[in-house]
Design a protein around this ligand. Sequence first.
Ligand code: PHE
Length: 486
Amino acid sequence: MAEEAILGYLETHDLISDSGVFAAERGIGHNEVVNIIKSLHGFRYVDAQDIKKEAWVLTDEGKTYAATGSPEVQLFLAVPPEGIPKEELQNKLAPSVYKIGCAQAAKNKWVEMGKLITRKVEHVDDKVKDLLLRINDGQAVDQDGIKALKARKLIAPQTWKGYSVKKGPNYAPKRKKVATDLTRENLQGGDWKELEFKEYNFTAKGLPIEGGHLHPLLKVRHQLKDIFRQMGFEEMPTNNFVESSFWNFDALFQPQQHPARDSHDTFFLQAPSTTKELPEDYVERVKRVHESGGYDSRGYGYDWKRDEANKNLLRTHTTAVSSRMLYLLAQKPFVPKKYFSIDRVFRNEAVDRTHLAEFHQIEGLVCDRGLTLGDLIGVLHDFFSRLGMSKLRFKPAYNPYTEPSMEIFSYHEGFKKWVEVGNSGMFRPEMLLPMGLPEDVRVIAWGLSLERPTMILYGIDNIRDLFGPKVDLSLIKKNQICRLGI
Ligand code: PHE
């Protein structure tokens, strides 16, 4: 209706000078008229100029007086011709009406204020109420009236916005429907020749792109990979979650009775339950070192069982990958290596706010002739300071495959205490020598979880908010980039 009115009016007139007046004359809401003007302006059917007007509106107090009369008139009417004692009058009126009424009525010289309040005039007009009603109706009011009402905060200014409207370059008495799609029917029927197409709007914002979103763990992993590469480490292939007990435990000189090899701690596979092949001569040397030692070791002195080594499991640490890689390295003339991996491991653990049955392990190792514990400490300082942890302490620890072994602690400035950040050590000769590595080759290594630093970096305190079915996907979509090591 508004659109027909505007386009129709402009067919015979040059100008709509005030959209407000135009709307009021036709009984159309001004908002509706404004929306149509904006839309017609967008398609250049009309040219629209802003017009702004300062208008006065009644305040809440003004509205009350417009309805009940001004306080001074209320007060005047409450004074009988014979006069009234002050207290009595006060009791007849609301406190604000009494207070304001007294002041204004006295100023107008309507009443005599003494112990007895008396009328000084016979009759009064409520000019304030009249003015308020005129303003409310949008009628003109003189400047003195406005000034007085404004001073008493009975009216307040408000800006009114509207438009003046003229024909635009694309003016037509009726809006043409422009085509937004070129269809198969348009092409076959030939009407594409006559159709008018909607112009492209190159400034319109497109839909947000819904691509993939990296999980915080992957972001932190990416930064860690960069750090390892900057330190000259090569990535080990970790694409096998299923591993044999042999590579996960036996090759690491972990005895077969070790509690970690129990199904309470490790997930064993039912199908296929055993590995197909192992390097037989190496298996023989591993069996011997477990049973009776060698290489200056006494071994564990038990009956090593091949069946136990064959059992498939979900790897419990990425050190299983390290043992495979070191074995491969030993099969060729020796070259020093720096290796790392960051991938998933699995442990049959009770799940709580900091533990899941799977997590990611970060592992680094350096393999070279004559390395010492001092080299390990040095590499750890280098690595952890790149993660922003430069205060480190070490505590003697035990791993079946390392000697000496050290737990790594870092001073946490936020928690104001030392927190454990990893585990490390020098691989035992009982592990390295059966592989065939030269006798003077030492391997220093360390491991830590990826979840721990990620939770600290992203301020997550329950691991189930980071990983698993309870994770809030919108957080994954919105999480920040990781600036570790930049
Ligand atoms: N594999 C060890 C763990 O699971 C980490 C580690 C790696 C310790 C290398 C020493 C050397 O915690």
